[in-house]
Design a binder for this molecule. Sequence first.
Ligand SMILES: Cc1cc2nc3c(=O)[nH]c(=O)nc-3n(C[C@H](O)[C@H](O)[C@H](O)COP(=O)(O)O)c2cc1C
Length: 213
Amino acid sequence: MNDPAAMRRSYLRGQLDENAVSRTWLDQLSGWYADATADPAVIEATAMQVATVDAAGRPSVRTVLVKAMDERGVVFYTNYGSAKGRDLAAKPYAAAVLVWPPLERQVRLSGAVSRVDRADTEAYFASRPRGSQLGAWASPQSTVVASRGVLEDAARVIEERFAGRDIPAPPNWGGYRLVPDVVEFWQGRADRLHDRIRYRLDDDTWVIERLAP
Ligand SMILES: Cc1cc2nc3c(=O)[nH]c(=O)nc-3n(C[C@H](O)[C@H](O)[C@H](O)COP(=O)(O)O)c2cc1C
């Protein structure tokens, strides 16, 4: 095994200047997202890790895919009855990170989380492949299942139930919007003197400031 302590890379690909970043976190994120999608070395540019806490304050983190981003926040879709759904019902806040190692970049967001409008969920669900739609119905996400066969049987039952017609979004499935009040952009630099630029909502004003790496 390679000794993790001996793994070392220099980050030299870019830089970030508080006087040159976009005026809004959304413009900055959109620009970096465009760079990520344009780089063939980034294979899942929308992958975002989302951390939640349960009612007792115990954190969990998992990957989801970002499906929308605008001035209101970033949206992902999931099962509302999942572990993350239960966490968010009890504590409607999350922290998230997108990391694009080939670009030596990370974006962190944190803030309140709310469900997206049902119409948005239905529109997005309708755009998904039919197989994914069946899967959403068949999977009681985050519960213990006896076997894979149980899930496949459930998918077959759903397929028969909706044979020949459109599959609606399951009632317990939908989008969450993370509405950030802090967004931080990290660009790797030489000698571990990385650039960190944070957008922080202070009352109604976004403050842009540099953080020590
Ligand atoms: C690349 C990748 C993308 C994923 N995208 C989603 C997603 O968009 N929505 C989702 O519910 N789970 C997604 N998952 C699965 C989650 O990471 C997680 O296993 C699942 O949501 C259950 O999490 P929970 O038990 O903490 O609620 C993805 C996993 C990976 C590795």
